[in-house]
Design a protein around this ligand. Sequence first.
Ligand code: NAP
Length: 311
Amino acid sequence: MHSQEPYDIVIIGGGPAGLTAGLYAARARLKTVLLERMGFGGQLLNYDKVENYPGFPEGIGAFGLGELISAHALKFGLQTLNAEVVQLDLNKRLKAVHLPKGVLYTRTVIIASGASPNKLGIRGESELTGRGVSYCAVCDAPFYRDQEVAVVGGGDTAIEEAIYLTKFAGKVHVIHRRDRLRATQVIQDRAFNNDKIHFVFNSIVTEIRGDAQGVDRLVLKDTRDAAVSELPVNGVFVFVGIQPNSRFLPTEIDRDAFGFIYTDQEMATSVPGVFAAGDVRFKRLRQIVTAVGDGATAAFSAGRYIEEHFS
Ligand code: NAP
């Protein structure tokens, strides 16, 4: 027996998926706590504006949207705790969520731990991170007023952030490894029409060079003829996809080769009573709107699981 009354749901992660799961769980009067290791909002904290979240035809600031979603969940009484999960024991009837200080017991767990930016893994990248190498345009763009910067990547994030950077930088070089972008067409069109953006296709960055003052150039290799060139820039923003924050999870939660968690359409994972929502989940469309949908479904499914197994 555990002296503490167990939780119905422990939610891991305070991005749009976790907060929405918390909103639904709190409104259903399930005893719930949401664990977040940093601030609420997840990846929204890294972005400027959201243009495709329904209900905001003029777009909405990403940070502001995160604040609204968390305020909404807290209004319905969602309990939160600033803590990082160190271990999960999922094999008993009550699951144990180990924190640096103490253990929480719970009937169900919703994993909404999101994803983090990939690194290029090249020379100079880690050495110059914070001194010219960045993974967050909103955080660092103002340092590059009227300077030249590079963006690496060709997906939605890279192209949207390149457009954002043009508000500050004098010139933005987008370096992409293929001859066409992956980003959504409307975002591509906007970038192609932006005079400050210069595209460098069929190129990979092999090294980031600089000194104590910061980045001063990139070494590029042409993927067609292996020609090597240098591109002088003051900063480089890396947006080459994301990796799931799932390394802390036990192996019995099935994942794909990259670590994204497999679920069924009810958001149930391979472990009974454990659900997953948002970017950490294996799925095709990773958006705020799909994350909040996942969160609502996961909370509903957790409630059903509790009814079926604990009443
Ligand atoms: P992504 O869609 O996976 O795109 C990653 C980009 O980085 C691709 O262009 C890829 O090249 C390139 N890349 C990957 N590894 C590389 C490497 N080692 N060296 C050089 N380039 C590399 O990732 P994302 O843009 O971060 O987006 C993640 C998810 O969020 C996507 O599902 C995206 O649609 C979504 N998202 C949506 C919005 C929106 O709707 N407004 C905004 C942001 C993100 P290849 O094209 O050659 O593979």
